[in-house]
Design a protein around this ligand. Structure first.
Ligand SMILES: [Zn+2]
Length: 59
């Protein structure tokens, strides 16, 4: 894993025209809405990797 995953869509306008920014690691620029943003890994969730109980059918 040498490279970070790239975002597919701009989180602000939804466009796909993203390019890496010179601002630093994980920074991207959207050519469509002219916004710059940064993706940052915050850490693992405290609840761990338990399956999400979305069904709600359990008694
Ligand atoms: Zn955008």
């Amino acid at each position: 894993m040498s490279e970070r995953a790239a975002p597919f869509y701009c989180p602000y306008c939804g466009d796909e025209d993203l390019r890496p920014s010179e601002q630093g690691h994980g920074a991207w620029e959207c050519a469509a809405c002219n916004r710059a943003f940064q993706l940052k890994f915050l850490g693992l969730l405290a609840r761990g990797l338990q399956p999400n109980d979305a069904g709600g059918d359990e008694i």
